[in-house]
Design a binder for this molecule. Structure first.
Ligand SMILES: *[C@@H]1O[C@H](CO)[C@@H](O)[C@H](O)[C@H]1NC(C)=O
Ligand SMILES: *[C@@H]1O[C@H](CO)[C@@H](O)[C@H](O)[C@H]1NC(C)=O
Ligand SMILES: *[C@@H]1O[C@H](CO)[C@@H](O)[C@H](O)[C@H]1NC(C)=O
Ligand SMILES: *[C@@H]1O[C@H](CO)[C@@H](O)[C@H](O)[C@H]1NC(C)=O
Ligand SMILES: *[C@@H]1O[C@H](CO)[C@@H](O)[C@H](O)[C@H]1NC(C)=O
Ligand SMILES: *[C@@H]1O[C@H](CO)[C@@H](O)[C@H](O)[C@H]1NC(C)=O
Ligand SMILES: *[C@@H]1O[C@H](CO)[C@@H](O)[C@H](O)[C@H]1NC(C)=O
Ligand SMILES: *[C@@H]1O[C@H](CO)[C@@H](O)[C@H](O)[C@H]1NC(C)=O
Length: 811
């Protein structure tokens, strides 16, 4: 989404009329005829109308006693066609004639208020920075829903405070919730990983953190529910190839089976809309089975707005319509055709200039109705009303500079970084480091003094970094920390720096190697070609392990998995941690885990594949299941059965937990009535199919299919610690194409040493145990299901019996 800036910049220069107001700035011409910019906190401000020479009483849309629906209609009815289309781009021009202010829809807040968007001047001397939390892949690793929401709340507080100074919008095109189908995808850092359920759960919690106004969560008319800021789930859908050997997102046609669509690609979006009540969804550049995502009526209008009942607007990825015309050459469209098609498909807002440039022509040429334009405007204005754009938001007006980079937000950023660290290896309990034995450390590796690397992309300007080096210097004193980067940069092509790093490690009681990759390797528009550490990074680790005797702690910064089998196998490498890209306080978060100030409890949100995986399957192959004819392995933990460096969900602890499970649900029995039929499933050769293999979930009443259980987690070790409880469902054996297992619930619990806690779970067979079959049906299978806690820490079988209806003589 960055390329648009050039186009937007050229619009700026072309645009001689000046309504370039940031959100809170309203431009007007005073009675001397001189344009004046005045900060008003909302549009329907009586003085603002006076300044504009307008009588506010004449503008029904400012009448607070009326519904948003009626008020939006009043705005729309006052506009000419030309004025209408000018409001349909990311930079809505406003219409001073009727007091309608300009509005810039494009701001970003992926993990903190970002400076990506139309306006490149979000930060200045007035507000120089905002808290940069860990990137979503790191947040995901915490498996802590409360944390995801808390980060969303902190980010939206800072956003509102910035908006009060006109330094950010109120609508944010975050989060990115595409599933990481392939470990090479360059944008993994922006996402919560490879599991659709985790991704959807992250989305709904982060969105609620951003959007919800405390005390108004239960507003019954969701189209009038106030919004703290508007959030946006993107990029819909099947968007997860950026640039792989020249296959680029703008022209990629994703060939996707409906089965994968329902089960994987669309699922997080459904959760985001239904559970998160998000106010926007963004459609993606790519085509899906030939149709550009933004032009797909079924995907936009029928699904998002119809089935899921979106309260908000659908926006295009930036320049998507242009991409559709000039890159996809879809239907050999003229711009007006394309404009009409996407509008009719359900696209409300164009990040780009097609709507504004060609909208009036398309209507005049009879390709689209003006009434359709009215509809999308209504969707847009209702969101602005909900944001307080017209009436103000008294509860947020007091937010100021003290609310940005506040101590509580910085503390949350540190805690989030620690919560996101995953302990992959810890031989002989090397970690946490023993303060009695370790008095001086060497901090080496290309990321030892990482700054920008830690905040990934879609970041802003952070308040203040704490690099790993900073954090260790604080802990041991400057003189007791030997720093040697070992590599000039992440590419690490200069071997000569390895030796000084080895020397540094020899002087220390422990060496911390901070290695990995960064956005020069994995980023938007840049997919990976392999899963290896670049350059001489392996040699750096190897040389230190051969030449020094000190304990080695390897810390990896990356989003996608890295093949570190060599380090995993090397008995000299005592401990390995993965920290993702941990945000501006990442160094502190990592050091706190290494020192046991926070006891590691993160889990991998994606599979760490061995490098050979990339030779087995092209990135462009979309199916999640193995493709036998082509010898392609399956994708993600749900369908990949081969060996891994570390599996999805892996993560060690400094303590020892014992799990046991208590349940009253051991079996469920379903008796079909005469309108319900048994459904077939494919079974592996030789396996005996049950008499009634399954039933359509839509056909049955799920109310009696609850699965209640309690997991008791006993901390039998010596350290207090949180634990990520991951609950999987394993479908009955021998059903062809069923997932190997599937995460169905997770909770984070804190258990003091020597104590135990109980976590209650309430699943439902209809909601959680559906198998999406070959044809896209959602089926509950009969047979022996299993509920598994963690990496087989505990489990229980669940027998599901489905009995066919037998017609008797009375029927
Ligand atoms: C961008 O932000 C600056 C600083 O607040 C403001 O002066 C300018 O008008 C804004 N531009 C747009 C296009 O919103
Ligand atoms: C109109 O705006 C100009 C520029 O800010 C200012 O100098 C002038 O005093 C204003 N006139 C009135 C009547 O407010
Ligand atoms: C989850 O995150 C919240 C918010 O940061 C934190 O207060 C809580 O302790 C975490 N839960 C556990 C069990 O670690
Ligand atoms: C919203 O409703 C739920 C369920 O009735 C209730 O538990 C919750 O306290 C309510 N929240 C507010 C803010 O009123
Ligand atoms: C650490 O544990 C390994 C086995 O896991 C053992 O071979 C090695 O000797 C131990 N090292 C130390 C320093 O205790
Ligand atoms: C660490 O990085 C910061 C920011 O780039 C830089 O100012 C500082 O000099 C670096 N420290 C060392 C020891 O190189
Ligand atoms: C690591 O060890 C495993 C198990 O012994 C072995 O299969 C694998 O080939 C080794 N990998 C490397 C890179 O040494
Ligand atoms: C079984 O799989 C085949 C393809 O291998 C498919 O044609 C058929 O529809 C499947 N049957 C069921 C009941 O899913």
């Amino acid at each position: 989404m960055e390329k648009l800036c050039f186009i937007i910049l050229s619009i700026f220069t072309l645009c001689s009329v000046a309504p370039v107001a940031a959100t809170a700035r309203m431009l007007y011409v005073n009675d001397t005829g001189i344009p004046v910019t005045q900060v008003y906190k909302y549009a329907c401000h009586p003085q603002r109308f006076k300044d504009l020479g307008l009588n506010i009483e004449h503008f029904t849309y400012c009448d607070k006693s009326l519904s948003y629906e009626v008020r939006a209609k009043d705005i729309i009815d006052r506009l000419s066609l030309e004025e209408k289309v000018e409001q349909l781009g990311n930079r809505a021009s406003g219409v001073p004639r009727i007091g309608l202010p300009a509005y810039d829809w494009w701001s970003e807040a992926l993990h903190g208020v970002s400076d990506v968007g139309t306006n490149t001047t979000f930060f200045n001397d007035n507000i120089p920075g905002a808290t940069s939390f860990p990137t979503p892949i790191t947040l995901a690793a915490s498996f802590n829903k409360s944390l995801w929401k808390a980060v969303g709340q902190a980010v939206s507080t800072e956003a509102r405070a910035m908006n009060n100074f006109g330094q950010s919008g109120k609508s944010f095109w975050s989060p990115n919730i595409n599933v990481v189908r392939d470990p090479r995808w360059g944008r993994a850092l922006e996402t919560p990983g490879e599991d659709p359920f985790v991704v959807g759960t992250y989305a709904s919690n982060y969105v609620r953190g951003l959007q919800d106004v405390e005390g108004t969560e239960n507003t019954t008319d969701l189209n009038s529910r106030p919004l703290k800021v508007a959030s946006c789930c993107k990029h819909y859908a099947a968007y997860d190839v950026d640039n792989w050997y020249g296959v680029v997102r703008e022209t990629f046609d994703a060939e996707v089976r409906e089965q994968d669509m329902i089960e994987t690609f669309v699922r997080p979006f459904e959760m985001c809309v239904k559970d998160g009540d998000v106010s926007s969804v963004m459609c993606s550049y790519n085509r899906i089975n030939g149709i550009p995502a933004c032009a797909d009526h079924r995907l936009l209008h029928d699904t998002i707005r119809g089935e899921w009942d979106l309260h908000g607007y659908i926006v295009s990825d930036c320049d998507s319509i242009d991409v559709m015309v000039n890159r996809h050459h879809f239907l050999n469209d003229a711009p007006e055709d394309a404009m009409a098609q996407v509008l009719k498909a359900g696209l409300d807002l164009d990040c780009g200039e097609y709507y504004t440039k060609y909208g009036a022509n398309a209507v005049n040429q009879g390709k689209v109705r003006e009434a359709d334009i009215d509809k999308v405007l209504k969707n847009l204005y209702i969101v602005l009303f909900r944001l307080g754009h017209f009436d103000g938001s008294p509860q947020f007006e007091k937010l100021g500079k003290d609310d940005i980079c506040s101590q509580s937000h910085i503390d949350l950023a540190i805690e989030a970084a620690s919560e996101g660290v995953v302990l992959l290896k810890n031989d002989n309990n090397t970690l946490p480091l023993d303060a009695q034995k370790v008095k001086k450390v060497a901090v080496v590796g290309p990321h030892a003094n990482a700054t920008k690397v830690m905040i990934g992309n879609y970041a802003g300007i952070p308040c203040k970094y704490t690099t790993p080096l900073d954090a260790f210097r604080q802990a041991y004193g400057n003189d007791n920390v030997y720093y040697a980067p070992g590599c000039p940069d992440v590419a690490c092509r200069d071997y000569s720096l390895v030796f000084p790093a080895v020397q540094a490690s020899k002087k220390a009681d422990a060496v911390i190697i901070v290695a990995g990759i960064d956005t020069s390797v994995e980023a938007e528009s840049l997919d990976r070609e392999n899963l290896l550490l670049p350059g001489y990074q392996y040699e750096l680790i190897d040389q230190i392990s051969r030449q020094s005797t000190t304990p080695i702690i390897l810390v990896i910064l990356s989003a996608g998995g890295v093949d570190i089998s060599i380090a995993k196998n090397n008995s000299r490498v005592s401990a390995i941690l993965w920290a993702g890209y941990p945000g501006e306080k990442g160094g502190q978060g990592i050091a706190d885990v290494i020192h046991g100030k926070y006891n590691a409890a993160g889990r991998l949100p994606l599979t760490w594949f061995e490098n050979d995986y990339v030779n087995q399957i092209p990135m462009t192959s979309m199916p999640l299941r193995p493709v036998k004819e082509l010898n392609y392995p399956g994708r993600t933990y749900k369908f990949y059965s081969g060996s891994t460096v570390y599996p999805f969900g892996h993560g060690l602890s400094y303590t020892t937990f014992k799990h046991s499970v208590v349940t009253t649900t051991r079996s469920l029995s379903i008796k079909l009535n005469k309108f319900q039929f048994c459904r077939d499933l494919n079974y592996t050769d030789g396996a005996k199919a049950p008499a009634c293999p399954g039933v359509l979930i839509d056909d049955i009443n799920s109310d009696n299919l609850n699965i209640e259980f309690e997991v008791k987690v006993a901390n039998v070790g010596e350290r207090d610690s949180s634990e990520s409880l991951l609950i999987y469902w394993v479908p009955p054996q021998a059903i062809v194409d069923a997932p190997i297992k599937q995460l169905v619930a997770f909770e984070k619990v804190f258990v003091p040493a020597g104590e135990s806690v109980k976590a209650k779970f309430n699943l439902n067979a209809g909601k959680n145990l559906g198998l999406i079959d070959y044809k896209g049906y959602n089926i509950l299978a009969s047979g022996e299901h299993t509920i598994v806690i963690g990496e087989n820490d505990a489990s229980f079988p669940l027998h599901i019996e489905i009995e066919e209806y037998v017609f008797n003589q009375e029927d």
